[in-house]
Design a protein around this ligand. Structure first.
Ligand SMILES: Cc1cc2nc3c(=O)[nH]c(=O)nc-3n(C[C@H](O)[C@H](O)[C@H](O)COP(=O)(O)O)c2cc1C
Length: 330
């Protein structure tokens, strides 16, 4: 049975990839994931704020007494709240590369163009095989329209693109008026892959303390449906772009559905946080058991077999399904 796949031009032995999470700040954890069968790993993110904060701090210390900088610094988390400093992050890439043989995808997380994007080059120099650019932004300004924000994201991508030669995947939000159009613009601006989707962490209220509180809720399998739909719609519509599915991959059938939609790889994160690195081996054996029973010889054979272009009822991905579901619910 051939489980191999190509993602961002990288030849991977199978399509299961542990995605960005705090587990990735520990080299021993990453080694365990490789031993469990992971085909590649995505490191936790280095954040624009983290880079800018360090630069501001440096500036502040060299221009003591300049109040505006002191004020600017207070917007950012304390440096101690980050898992690794920027230099540590770059060293971490080099250490991980020495420890494992599978491809290492570094992650840069930010939304504006500017000096911080030069870290993409440092990541490439440290040995990263590819870079994931996470465009995570919560738009709150009614005056900033979609065109303006999309142009800013594209400028950020182009900035990063100009720094490096390794492939770039963009981890994007599902919230665009026309997701296929934005996906195309990202590909035209130099993205080699799309990671669908960023999960937006929702704030909650503590109604006793009257405070906004946050706690990350790990995913469940039902959450694959968001990327399932969009990967199925995008498959075959954009040329020369890889697609990774992230969000809700907990078992073999979640992954198989996503390959059938058209994903080249399935990322998994919550399953690893709940279960440890062994989740990779379990998901992989569930995929291959299913393939054996259903007489599939390769992952390639599954890819896109249930995409919108391949299914008998393409309307099932659109408004038609919505009408049918609402009217037939008892
Ligand atoms: C605790 C935690 C930390 C995460 N950190 C990052 C990060 O640094 N960068 C990033 O791009 N995604 C990060 N993610 C998102 C995951 O990589 C993944 O895309 C998301 O959790 C959905 O996948 P899942 O359903 O398998 O958990 C994080 C997720 C969790 C739960």
């Amino acid at each position: 049975m051939n489980l191999s796949t190509t993602y961002l031009g990288l030849e991977l032995k199978n399509p299961i990839v542990p995605s960005s999470s705090p587990l990735m700040s520990d080299v021993a954890n990453i080694k365990r994931m490789e031993d469990a069968g992971a085909a590649a790993i995505v490191l936790h993110s280095l954040f624009e704020e983290q880079i800018t904060n360090e630069a501001l701090e440096l500036h502040y210390h060299t221009t003591q007494g300049t109040e505006s900088f002191a004020e600017a610094i207070t917007y950012f988390p304390e440096p101690t709240e980050y898992r690794l400093g920027t230099d540590d992050y770059i060293e971490h890439i080099a250490k991980v590369k020495k420890t494992i043989e599978i491809p290492v995808i570094a992650s840069l997380n930010g939304v504006s163009s500017g000096g911080w994007t030069k870290y993409a080059r440092l990541m490439e120099e440290a040995g990263a095989d590819a870079l994931e650019l996470n465009l995570y932004y919560v738009a709150t300004d009614p005056m900033a329209d979609g065109n303006f924000l999309e142009a800013a994201y594209l400028a950020t991508l182009m900035d990063v693109r100009s720094q490096i030669k390794i492939p770039i995947a963009v981890k994007l939000s599902p919230f665009y008026t026309s997701l296929p159009n934005m996906a195309k613009k990202l590909v035209d601006a130099g993205a080699n892959g799309l990671v669908l989707f960023n999960r937006f962490y929702q704030p909650d209220f503590d109604i006793e303390e009257l405070k906004v509180k946050s706690n990350i809720i790990l995913s469940q399998s039902s959450m694959i449906r968001l990327s399932l739909r969009w990967i199925a719609i995008l498959h075959g519509r954009l040329s020369n772009v890889s697609m990774a599915a992230t969000g809700g991959v907990h078992n073999g059938s979640d992954a198989i559905k996503l390959f059938m939609a058209g994903a080249d790889v399935a990322y998994t994160c919550s399953a690893l946080l709940k279960e440890g690195p062994g989740a990779v081996a379990r998901i992989l054996s569930e995929v291959s058991d299913w393939m054996t029973i259903h007489e599939y010889e390769s992952v390639e054979q599954m890819k896109g077999s249930m995409s919108q272009k391949s299914v008998a009822d393409p309307g099932a991905f659109e408004r038609a399904l919505y009408l049918k579901e609402l009217q037939s619910f008892h």
